[in-house]
Design a protein around this ligand. Structure first.
Ligand code: ADP
Ligand code: TZD
Ligand code: MG
Length: 575
């Protein structure tokens, strides 16, 4: 790294100058960015100071991975790229995990990392934190750009923004060699190199023939089903989506993060009749949802024996036919596609007996679940603890729920209703642990609303130190740790002379951890205590950990995806 300031081109004496730092910030501001998430050090420290001095917000994290998760969630919630700034090599690599996760989840995010000078990296001469970041980032994101001249910073930021938000959203890497930050040029010339991009995420209109094909298929359906994914939630066309559902009378079921896009209490919600509708439907309308592992790749017993035809709405043309044949692809943005379909389907209503059968199954399953939620047990289990949380959150429908863990995730998704769009952020497409604290930070910052994070004790550990970031910024986040003392369960027998590889220290006091880091902390052992503590923490707006003691024997291996777990058919061999 070189700290010597250079000048891009000779400038006459007395001419006002700008530099890479200022141009980068001007460009970000012109692209509508206000919040940056990151972790500072050589060579980007000044980015944070100068960004704050301009009246913007810099959220400083304890590990770049969490700053990156925050940026990606900011991107998901706002439809603008979330920005994460890191130092070189190790900081960049920490951030890269989050960038890859953003790309996998179709969240727009830009990772900006300082880097060593090309001439040293390219000859592998061993610079401070040297790494060929530009190339390493490539397979993990939509595009990887490097900017070498101050006059190119504006265009680089615009290319990064357009790439992140247009088409299928995703991650972009922007590499800024250290020296460029301090390289100067004439301020007037610098100003001319910046512009505000027109329509960075243009609507993508589906072809009329594709709309007609899809509408014809739907009109002929006896048992149609709408399946919403997080792409539909991301699209922010909530009113159009609701009209589509209500005009057609088709039952719908949401993927995890699409819960609440149309309220879980809507009479057409079939979430609790998921198995039935997946198996028995004849035409499935996928709206911003991929037929990946979360939907059993569109085949097998999950989907039953009823022959199935798919309509798939997606902005990414090559998502179509990724797993099974798609009878009616509808390539375009969700809003354009939904509204085109609505126009073509005017007057159409799904058969009422199908909807009423689905509704019966849905309410029957919910009634059975409700009984479990209010059943007292000597030690709290996932059902009665989450039942208590559900009842509190019912009175705070605009709370954003962040959720990670295995049993802590799967049961919360099932038990806790969502009433409004984009109020659930979870482990996403990869099922990644550690998104908790970064996501909670961004959810609080971007929405200005209270956040409740329900985390398994293992999941929390991945980003636990970031809790200090939450208390430092005084964010209204309640973290409920489902403390069962381990991964999946806390009662696994330990082998001789060792502690089971699935267990944590049972003496761990997450409530005291919170107090040590400047927050509020309370330990609860009953659903009543949990309700009271949660209600109080949401009302107070204070950053709080509720350490909820859960029966160590309550969980199951791998939560609800135990079917994906691999076990030895031979079993344990002792040395
Ligand atoms: P889920 O996990 O909820 O099933 P996925 O992440 O698998 O959702 O799928 C989201 C899909 O939504 C992706 O295929 C992506 O291309 C698509 N998508 C994202 N934004 C839009 C949009 N505005 N319009 C149409 N499709 C979109
Ligand atoms: N590492 C990462 C980054 N993501 C993962 N998903 C895992 C490891 C594996 N894993 C799961 O899939 S769930 C889980 C791990 C470690 C933790 C489950 O334990 P928990 O939740 O305490 O968070 P429950 O309530 O005890 O099941
Ligand atoms: Mg656990």
């Amino acid at each position: 790294m070189s700290s010597v300031a250079t000048q891009a081109a000779p400038v006459a004496e007395g001419v006002e100058l700008t530099d890479g730092f200022n141009l980068l910030m001007d460009a970000l501001e012109m692209n509508g960015i206000k919040n940056i998430y990151g972790l500072l050090g050589i060579p980007v420290t000044e980015v944070g100071r100068m960004w704050q001095a301009r009246g913007n917000n810099f959220y400083s994290f304890r590990n770049e991975q969490n700053a990156g998760y925050a940026a990606s969630v900011a991107g998901y919630l706002t439809k603008k790229p979330g920005i994460c700034v890191t130092v070189s090599a190790p900081g960049f690599l920490n951030g890269l995990t989050a960038l890859a996760n953003a790309t996998t989840n179709c969240f727009p995010m830009i990772l900006i990392s300082g880097s060593s000078e090309r001439e040293i990296v390219d000859l592998m001469q061993g610079d401070y934190e040297e790494m060929d970041q530009l190339n390493i980032a490539r397979p993990f994101c939509k595009a990887s750009f490097r900017v070498n001249r101050p006059e190119d910073i504006g265009v680089a930021v615009i290319r990064a923004v357009r790439t992140a938000v247009s088409g299928r959203p995703g991650g972009v890497y922007l590499d800024i060699p250290a020296r460029l930050f301090s390289t100067t040029m004439a301020a007037l010339e610098g100003e001319k190199s910046l512009w505000v991009p027109v329509d960075p995420a243009p609507a993508q209109i589906p072809a009329p023939s594709a709309v007609k094909r899809a509408a014809d298929l739907i009109k002929g359906a006896k048992k149609p089903l709408i399946l919403f994914g997080k792409g539909a939630a991301y699209a922010q066309c909530d009113a159009d989506i609701l009209s589509f559902v209500e005009e057609t009378g088709i039952p719908f079921t949401p993927m995890s993060m699409a819960k609440g896009l149309v309220s879980d209490l809507h009479p057409q919600c079939a979430a609790a009749a998921r198995s039935l509708v997946l198996q028995e439907s004849d035409v499935v309308i996928l709206v911003g949802a991929r037929l990946n592992w979360l939907l059993a790749h569109g085949k097998g017993k999950t989907w039953g024996s009823e022959p199935k035809k798919f309509v798939q709405i997606d902005i990414q043309a090559n998502e179509i036919d990724s797993n099974v044949p798609i009878a009616a692809p509808l390539v375009g943005d969700v809003q354009s596609c939904i509204n085109a379909l609505r126009a073509e389907l005017k007057g159409f209503k799904a058969p009422a007996e199908w909807l009423s059968g689905v509704a019966d199954k849905h309410s029957g399953t919910r009634a059975k679940l409700a009984a479990k939620l209010s059943t007292a047990t000597p030690v709290m289990n996932y059902h009665n603890s989450l039942g208590a949380i559900r009842d509190v959150l019912k009175n705070h429908p605009d709370t954003i729920l962040v959720n990670e863990g295995a049993n802590a995730l799967d049961n919360a998704r099932m038990v806790i209703d969502q009433y409004l769009p984009r109020k659930r952020v979870d482990t996403g497409t990869w099922g990644v642990m550690g998104i908790g604290m970064g996501s909670a930070a961004a959810a609080a910052v971007e929405s200005g609303k209270p956040v409740v994070a329900i985390c398994g004790d293992s999941a929390f550990g991945f980003s636990g130190m970031e809790y200090e970031t939450l208390t430092r910024y005084n964010l209204p986040v309640t973290v409920i740790i489902m403390n069962n003392g381990g991964i999946y369960r806390g009662d696994e027998a330990s082998p001789d002379h060792q502690i089971s590889c699935m267990l944590f220290n049972p003496k761990t006091r997450y409530d005291q951890f919170s107090i040590a880091l400047g927050g509020e902390g309370v330990r609860v052992t009953t659903p009543e205590e949990l309700s009271k503590a949660l209600e109080a923490s949401i009302k107070s707006g204070k950053t709080t950990i509720i350490d909820a003691i859960i029966d160590p024997g309550a969980g199951v291996e791998s939560g609800r995806i135990g079917n994906l777990n691999i076990v030895s058919t031979i079993g344990k061999k002792k040395k």
